[in-house]
Design a protein around this ligand. Structure first.
Ligand SMILES: *[C@@H]1O[C@H](CO)[C@@H](O)[C@H](O)[C@H]1NC(C)=O
Ligand SMILES: *[C@@H]1O[C@H](CO)[C@@H](O)[C@H](O)[C@H]1NC(C)=O
Ligand SMILES: *[C@@H]1O[C@H](CO)[C@@H](O)[C@H](O)[C@H]1NC(C)=O
Ligand SMILES: *[C@@H]1O[C@H](CO)[C@@H](O)[C@H](O)[C@H]1NC(C)=O
Length: 338
């Protein structure tokens, strides 16, 4: 929770601070970030918290995370894809080669330069969008990129988004990409990166089974040698975000998988950013996997496993938001774990 708000606050401050008065400590840029975040979180109601956590989706009903006018905070749109330029966003954009082609250049420097150009464009367009009150999908600053899934099954429909079959190569290229997107300013990020899809993903694409509920069987050795190294490298480069994937691992959907999201990501790798569930992935935990039988248990399992933001899909949101409401209402103010 703290982590999620920390980064949303960093992003929001970087865009709105100039126009808001310093009525609260969290608005005071002379104070340390932690102090400001703690101050802000302490002022949020449970309903505000659950809406910020559950409104990561891009389209109608899903997002943006709503404004909190009484605290001078605007809406925020979490959904952006920056994989080959900002081409998915409204308006014109510079298109770059798809990632598999970029990887074939064997040039981290090229990845870096493309990421810098993309980030500048995403930032510039974001500034335009918010100045016109446009918060639809793909107008934000939080890229769901780079894709560091390792290419294992040539039938997968998204292999072109990956850096190919080599974990080390994927890691090196993604590190350059993350640094290019985020920049190296000590205080401001150009845009935030997101290493995806964590983990053991990369197919199938509905053949021979659905990517929404498959449970790949990999040994710990294969996990550690093939599926995790590039994620650790991507995170070590400073990525603010990781996207948790649709699949399960060892029988537990990844969004509810404490081993992957907490034990490895937080405890082993010291990741301090936010984990964002792939679009509809938390809904799948209940609707597709039937892993748990109600939205409260589902949300609780995912949040407790280490998932921070839900990228929800419009139609199913009301059911799901009620899960947050009920779950959040059941914790004390002090815990604030929801
Ligand atoms: C902001 O924080 C600094 C450092 O604590 C303090 O000196 C200053 O008075 C604060 N500014 C406002 C407007 O409260
Ligand atoms: C995109 O570019 C085309 C060609 O230059 C131009 O006609 C059009 O107005 C541009 N669209 C936007 C939204 O800027
Ligand atoms: C994570 O932090 C702990 C405690 O500071 C440290 O011992 C450990 O080496 C760190 N792990 C990594 C992968 O950086
Ligand atoms: C969900 O409900 C079904 C039918 O009542 C039951 O068999 C199953 O054990 C429940 N699953 C969980 C995780 O509680």
């Amino acid at each position: 929770m703290m982590t999620v708000l920390y980064f949303s606050v960093v992003l929001l401050f970087s865009t709105v601070l100039a126009i808001i008065r310093v009525d609260y400590p969290f608005q005071n840029s002379s104070l340390p970030w932690d102090e400001r975040v703690n101050d802000l979180v302490s002022r949020l109601t449970l309903e505000e918290i659950q809406l910020q956590l559950s409104k990561g989706g891009g389209w109608e009903g899903g997002g943006p995370a709503p404004a909190i006018p009484r605290l001078g905070i605007g809406p925020y749109q979490w959904w952006s894809n920056c994989g080959r330029g900002d081409v998915a966003a409204p308006g014109n954009a510079t298109a770059f080669p798809q990632t598999i082609g970029l990887a074939a250049s064997f040039s981290p420097d090229l990845s870096y330069r493309i990421a810098v150009a993309t980030a500048n464009e995403v930032r510039a367009k974001h500034n335009y969008f918010i100045s016109h009150d446009i918060y639809s999908g793909r107008t934000g600053l939080s890229c769901f990129s780079p894709d560091v899934d390792v290419l294992r099954d040539p039938r997968w429909g998204r292999n072109q988004e990956t850096h190919g079959e080599d974990p080390y190569m994927s890691g090196v290229q993604s590190q350059a990409y993350v640094r290019g997107l985020q920049g190296d300013h000590p205080r401001y990020v150009r845009v935030s990166a997101g290493c995806k899809h964590y983990a053991v993903y990369a197919g199938p694409e509905n053949y021979p089974m659905s990517r929404f509920d498959f449970d790949p069987q990999v040994s710990m050795r294969d996990l550690r040698m093939t599926f995790l190294p590039q994620f650790k490298m991507c995170i070590d480069a400073g990525s603010y975000s990781v996207m948790s994937s649709y699949n399960a691992f060892n029988g537990t959907p990844v969004c509810a998988n404490k081993f992957l999201l907490t034990e490895v990501l937080r405890n082993e790798w010291n990741f301090t950013g936010y984990v964002l569930a792939d679009a509809g992935a938390i809904e799948n935990v209940i609707n597709t996997y039937h892993y748990l039988n109600n939205s409260v248990d589902t949300v609780a399992a995912c949040v407790n496993a280490g998932c921070n933001i839900e990228v929800s899909l419009g139609a199913k949101v009301p059911v799901h938001v009620s899960g947050y409401v009920q779950m959040c209402s059941s914790v004390t103010n002090k815990q604030r774990q929801c």
